[in-house]
Design a protein around this ligand. Structure first.
Ligand code: AHG
Ligand code: MN
Ligand code: MN
Length: 334
């Protein structure tokens, strides 16, 4: 029986394309993938192992942490801290960056992650995920600080997400296209199932939390209003709407069948220019979307061009099928 291309094989073949590669990057990806398998197992077992429910604590964003937010953060740290590939890590669930502990060797990469995305869905058994982004530590840096992380998304070496749905899948870009792997639980390997994914440029499906409508800016209100008018409106076609409240699930649907996802700028809380976080949600997802031929913007600028000024910075996000996102961007210009 032939098993197909494993993720391990795929990563090693990627490494061979890079002249002078030391294997550090391959090692780092392998450790992250191990963490994802462990998280997949915990998410899958759920209440059987008592991991659902609130942790009774708050993270830096003032959000109540779920037990699994804390557990998955810990799994990511433990899997990635020991091997000597990283200088430091940063996560949604940690206020400060985490330099690699002194007992371990330090390496040249930085890892940024959202250990459990969509965690409000965990107790109701809806898909959640893990998002990660890999950056290079600036040349000569051994003691990384937050400043070393503040690189625009265009500097990402790789990004990916895992989605814990009916199947566990891992979607990865190293800057030449997007590939998706499905976990074969019995074998314990991710197998390449979706090679070189391309997002359809046109779509009749959008995703937005419509309960925020009164807080949106005019261009987004106009876009959604035109979609809702369907065949009788200016678009002359009926549109479909979805909202899972797990960004991983929305992005995954868009990769598989096209669509637009928006968490736009709104006036709900004037201190927040958007809900989603630039460094561990918007940037890694934008890298994947662009590598699959889609577009990702705040409405006013390309997300991956933003110079971050804070590790937990928030940005408006509009991403997905090229022609629709470009239309929404053009409404922002009018
Ligand atoms: P997280 O669980 O990591 O805090 O992220 C949740 C995010 C994102 O995944 C999702 O698209 C959005 O928040 C949902 O927001 P609403 O609850 O406002 O719909
Ligand atoms: Mn998230
Ligand atoms: Mn999260």
């Amino acid at each position: 029986m032939h098993i197909g291309t494993t993720l391990t094989q795929f990563i090693i073949e990627e490494q061979r394309r890079v002249k002078g590669a030391t294997g550090d990057f391959t090692g780092l990806l392998n450790d992250t993938v191990t963490a994802i398998k462990v998280i997949s197992n915990a998410v899958n077992k759920g209440d059987l192992i008592g991991v659902l429910g609130s942790a009774g604590s708050e993270n830096v964003q003032g959000e109540t942490q779920k037990k699994l937010d804390v557990i998955t953060n810990d799994i990511m740290i433990r899997s990635n801290e020991w091997a000597g590939h990283l200088a430091a890590m940063a996560s949604e669930e940690m206020e400060e960056i985490l330099p690699i502990p002194a007992q371990y060797p330090r390496g040249k990469y930085l890892l940024v992650f959202d250990p459990l995305d969509g965690s409000s869905n965990i107790d109701v058994n809806i898909s959640v995920g893990t998002i990660f982004s890999i950056l290079r530590a600036p040349e000569g840096v051994t003691e990384a600080t937050e400043k070393d992380f503040l690189q625009p998304g265009t500097k990402q070496v790789a990004s990916g997400y895992a989605i814990y749905g009916p199947s566990t899948m891992l979607v990865l870009t190293c800057g030449h296209g997007v590939n998706a792997f499905t976990l074969d639980r019995e074998v314990g390997e991710f197998i390449l199932t979706h090679a070189n994914i391309q997002i359809k440029p046109d779509t009749r499906e959008f995703a937005i939390n419509a309960s925020n409508e009164r807080f949106w800016e005019a261009p987004v209100q106009r876009y959604v209003e035109e979609c809702l008018q369907g065949k009788e409106g200016p678009r002359g076609e009926n549109f479909n709407m979805r909202w899972v409240a797990s960004m991983v699930a929305e992005v995954h649907r868009i990769l598989m069948r096209g669509g637009v996802f928006m968490y736009p700028k709104d006036t709900k809380d004037p201190t927040k220019p958007g809900k989603l976080r630039l460094m561990y949600e918007a940037n890694p997802m934008s890298f994947i979307v662009e590598q699959a031929g889609g577009v990702s913007s705040t409405g006013r600028e390309r997300i991956m061009d933003i110079q971050p000024d804070h590790i937990h910075q928030r940005v408006p996000v509009i991403l997905g099928s090229k022609n629709e996102v470009e239309r929404i961007v053009s409404y922002h210009k009018e």
